[in-house]
Design a protein around this ligand. Structure first.
Ligand SMILES: Cc1cc2nc3c(=O)[nH]c(=O)nc-3n(C[C@H](O)[C@H](O)[C@H](O)COP(=O)(O)OP(=O)(O)OC[C@H]3O[C@@H](n4cnc5c(N)ncnc54)[C@H](O)[C@@H]3O)c2cc1C
Length: 450
């Protein structure tokens, strides 16, 4: 029987689901899968994106872990494609590669003042509060009034973490340094801005509803945003998700506000125009234009300009993929150009042996579950393309370890991850918490290799 030596780059849900589905799939070849991950720990954004106060979603890790423990996949953590291994290496040792490298950067928001001091990307903040090893350990939380731009779930995560009292996050797995800094935050008001109306938001109902349950935080919504146009009324009547969101928002309109020490304001029909300098090069205010429905499902400016004083601003307008050495990249959409997961070259021709899945294939939208269907589609092609697979010169399993060793790469394996996992759980247990994450990369590697 032929054997497929497959490399997967990226151990987020997309890469792990691809490995799992392939090992379970009906096929006419044997498989041996090596999973390369730049971080010493697996799980991608489930570990470093999903908010720490969402333990149910973090729990997906249990299922992903079972896949890694199944014995069919070798995990090579702390190995970065483009630095520690190259496309030529992969061609020499494997029949094919699937890139599942996701997205970690912030998309740009092109408005004047966005580069002022005190202006941040949501992705950077998320990486910080989730203990990503490659971002600084500190975060400047000095603002009383903060703006968050965006009407998706990441905007809600960022706003909730900013507004929540640090002690209410303590039972979660937030790293010790994050707790200490959040505890000093002087924030009283978080203002979330969306260009469109309440019936057009991208929040999911569960995430939105959760905001209303945060202790000592008042939800503030404004009556002027609920004068709905015909398209919004139709959306509420016909779309269950929009219906629930509308219901939640209307319940908040009825609530008394004023007793909590912090407030989370939702501003709809508000298009950010400029971040205003406070005179010292720092964020001083947000200037925005009031919009209105344009009767075609969008919005148009009304010309009415407003300003709210703030001292920090977070843009949560989407994530963006990063290019990979030797692999085509679509600069506009931040993805690897592909046809159903088969990577395409500059002439739109299929690049043999190279596949993509997850956020780097489809763009940074959708939930963890969607990466499963992504993987299925990509694998269908991989299985059918057997005639186009690479013919590696050194397909032996040991040869990749020899290569990494010869380059002085210190990689972590699945047993190493178990050691780190147990260590973090024990740190947490000692303080009555779920887990305390180890943040510095060298410490993660050291504990894994112990
Ligand atoms: C802030 C935030 C909150 C979210 N909350 C939820 C939620 O509550 N529920 C939900 O269902 N979904 C949520 N999502 C979406 C979910 O995280 C994504 O759908 C999913 O993680 C995408 O999977 P992926 O494997 O494509 O990418 P990722 O999870 O990003 O994984 C990619 C992996 O590739 C690795 N990698 C990148 N480059 C290299 C390289 N050069 N060499 C080696 N490895 C590399 C990365 O380190 C990473 O581990 C959230 C996303 C964000 C950003």
């Amino acid at each position: 029987m032929t054997k497929l030596r497959l490399a997967i780059v990226g151990a987020g849900p997309a890469g792990i689901y691809a490995a799992d589905l392939l090992q379970k799939a009906e096929r006419h070849f044997d498989i041996s899968i090596d999973l390369f991950e730049q971080l010493p720990a697996p799980y991608g954004l489930v570990r470093y994106g999903v908010a720490p106060d969402h333990p149910r979603i973090k729990g997906i890790i249990t299922a992903l872990r079972e896949v890694l423990d199944s014995g069919v996949i070798r995990f090579f953590g702390n190995v970065r494609y483009g630095v520690d291994i190259t496309l030529d290496d992969l061609k020499k040792h494997y029949n094919a590669v699937i890139f599942a490298t996701g997205a970690i950067r912030d998309a740009d928001l092109d408005i004047p003042g966005i580069d002022l001091e005190g202006s941040y990307g949501a992705a950077d903040f998320v990486s910080w509060f989730d203990g990503h090893p490659d971002v600084p350990r500190t975060w400047p939380l000095e603002a009383q009034s903060v703006a968050v731009i965006g009407n998706g779930n990441v905007a809600l995560d960022v706003s909730r973490i900013l507004a929540k009292h640090a002690d209410d996050l303590l039972p979660t797995e937030i790293p010790a340094n994050v707790y200490e800094i959040l505890k000093t935050s002087p924030v009283t008001d978080v203002h979330v801005f969306g260009r469109r109306g309440p019936a057009q938001v991208k929040f999911t109902p569960l995430e939105l509803r959760e905001l209303g349950e945060v202790p000592d935080v008042d939800m503030v919504v404004y009556d002027e945003d609920f004068d709905l146009d015909e398209a919004s009324k139709v959306a509420i009547e016909t779309n269950k998700q929009v219906f629930v969101i509308n219901k939640v928002l209307n319940q908040w309109r009825e609530r008394e506000v004023g007793s909590a020490s912090r407030r989370l304001h939702l501003h709809f029909y508000a298009k950010p125009l400029e971040v205003v300098d406070d005179g010292t090069g720092r964020v001083g205010a947000i200037r925005y234009e009031r919009t209105e429905p344009d009767d075609a499902g969008g919005v148009r400016g009304t010309g009415e300009i407003r300003e709210i004083p703030i001292q920090a601003i977070y843009r949560a307008v989407g994530y963006f993929g990063s290019p990979l050495d030797g692999i085509p990249f679509d600069e506009r959409h931040g993805v690897i150009p592909n046809h159903e997961g088969q990577v395409l070259d500059e002439d739109n021709e299929i690049l043999p042996g190279v596949y993509a899945t997850g956020w780097i294939k489809r763009g940074p939208v959708g939930l963890i579950g969607h990466t499963k269907s992504d993987a299925m589609e990509t694998l269908e092609h991989l299985k059918r393309d057997q005639a186009n697979w690479w013919t590696p010169a050194s397909p032996e399993e040991e040869s990749i370890e020899e290569l990494l060793r010869s380059r002085g790469v210190v990689w972590t394996d699945i047993e190493g991850w178990h050691r780190l996992d147990q260590h973090e759980l024990a740190l947490g247990a000692a303080e009555g918490r779920t887990r305390i994450k180890v943040v510095p990369r060298d410490e993660m590697v050291e504990i894994s290799k112990a």
